[in-house]
Design a protein around this ligand. Structure first.
Ligand code: HEM
Length: 387
């Protein structure tokens, strides 16, 4: 019996007392005391708190803290200080400071998925890739994509209208909106029509499972180490999801490369000066990358990383934005009516002619509704930077 008590005591000291004393010696622990955030929790309570956190409640926890403290605040968790910025003025200081340009370790979890693409890379690699890609996102290039945006939007509204009126009360929007945005990003940025491929559904389903695994990993500190992630079987699950995702993006690249070879055209990589010039021919994102490959500025794996980054960033954010905007409009029929009337008014002025890019700036109320929905339900609710 005595042996048992001694063993329990030793376990208690190793698992609770030692980590507690260790954390209390950290500057980060002391830094968070008295800066207007939650008082640093003792190790054991911190662990209990971490065990309760999940995908569903993390956002609400942070919102509750924001409401309680009414200002940007700091909190301590597992050896690190986190600063939750909730005021635009504080964010401005951070974004303007080169001290805070480094992405946090959480982004390393995305590497097996997105490689070292723009979202994750830093330093010269990031600057060089940004220089290659910036011309592909010049405002003028949007003009040539307008027709695709309009065609894809008509397809989405037809799908919504085609729903059985009995079911229209409850609609599971994400599969519809993400199909719409994936088609749009592939046709605009990649120049590939998805109707011609069979894999988009597998891609979207696996993106969903990948996101779940990665969010779980960022919420459970014991999964941070690669060894534990592998030992607990998560790595295998992740690899299974990533295989069809990378297969899909490689196929998109292959198809575009084939089309360019067939047409005998050579997309050229733009230079920095081209960004502002009106004369140069602009190419969609993938063509720009393929042009850069011919100039030895990027290799095939680099192209795959950027295509994965843009396909994911470009379709998932916009799909959740559209989903939440439709959700908000459904809950506010008066606002919905005003948006409808404004769009109708602009359409009538056009006398049936298709809307041009300048006509969208007349949708002032609709623009404000979209921005307010994005503010209340941000598609990217948090980013994480290291100092
Ligand atoms: C409502 C839509 C969107 C929202 C709310 C959004 C939000 C964001 C945010 C917050 C970041 C910074 C992420 C971080 O540092 O962790 C980011 C980065 C990025 N986004 Fe978006 N995004 C949207 C649409 C798009 C689209 C349509 C594309 C592609 C066509 C795109 C491509 C990217 C890329 C490549 C980056 C990394 C940029 C870099 O670090 O240089 N995003 N986005």
């Amino acid at each position: 019996m005595l042996h048992f008590v001694v063993i329990l005591f030793v376990i208690f000291v190793i698992c609770v007392i030692f980590p507690e004393l260790y954390f209390r010696t950290l500057t980060s622990y002391r830094t968070t005391i008295g800066v207007g955030g939650p008082y640093p929790k003792p190790f054991w309570q911190g662990l209990q708190f971490a065990l309760k956190l999940n995908r569903e409640n993390i956002f609400t926890h942070l919102r509750t803290y924001a409401e309680t403290f009414q200002k940007s605040y700091a909190f301590f968790g597992f050896g690190m200080v986190y600063v939750h910025i909730i005021k635009a003025e504080d964010m401005e200081k951070i974004l303007n400071s080169s001290k805070h340009a480094k992405k946090s370790f959480l982004y390393s979890f995305l590497v097996p998925f997105l490689g070292d693409g723009l979202l994750i890379s830093g330093g010269t690699k990031w600057s060089q890739r940004r220089r290659i890609l910036t011309p592909a996102f010049h405002f003028n290039i949007l003009q040539q994509f307008l027709k695709i945006f309009q065609e894809e939007s008509v397809k989405l509204s037809k799908k919504l209208f085609a729903l059985d009126p009995e079911d229209r009360g409850i609609v599971n929007l994400p599969p519809l909106t993400s199909r719409h945005t994936l088609d749009t990003i592939c046709e605009t940025a990649m120049g590939v029509k998805l109707d011609s491929l069979e894999e988009p559904d597998a891609y979207r389903n696996n993106i969903y499972s990948t996101a779940r695994l990665l969010v779980d990993r960022s919420l459970q500190p014991w999964l941070a180490s690669d060894v534990m992630f592998k030992l607990l079987g998560y790595q295998e699950k992740l690899d299974k999801c990533l295989k069809p995702i990378h297969f899909f993006t490689r196929k998109v690249i292959q198809q575009r490369r084939g089309k360019i070879l067939e047409a005998g055209t050579t997309p050229m990589a733009s230079t920095n000066e081209d960004i502002y010039s009106e004369k140069k021919q602009r190419y969609a994102m993938l063509d720009t990358l393929l042009g850069a490959e011919q100039n030895n500025l990027i290799d095939a794996e680099g192209i795959r990383e950027e295509v994965d980054t843009f396909t994911f960033e470009g379709h998932d954010t916009t799909a959740s934005g559209i989903t939440m905007i439709l959700f908000c409009l459904a809950g506010h029929p008066d606002v919905q009516q005003k948006v409808y009337e404004e769009i109708r008014g602009v359409r009538e002025e056009k006398n049936g002619a298709p809307m041009e890019i300048g006509d969208y700036s007349n949708l002032v109320y609709t623009d404000r509704v979209i921005k307010e929905c994005l503010r209340i339900y941000p598609p990217v609710p948090l980013i994480s930077l290291d100092r």
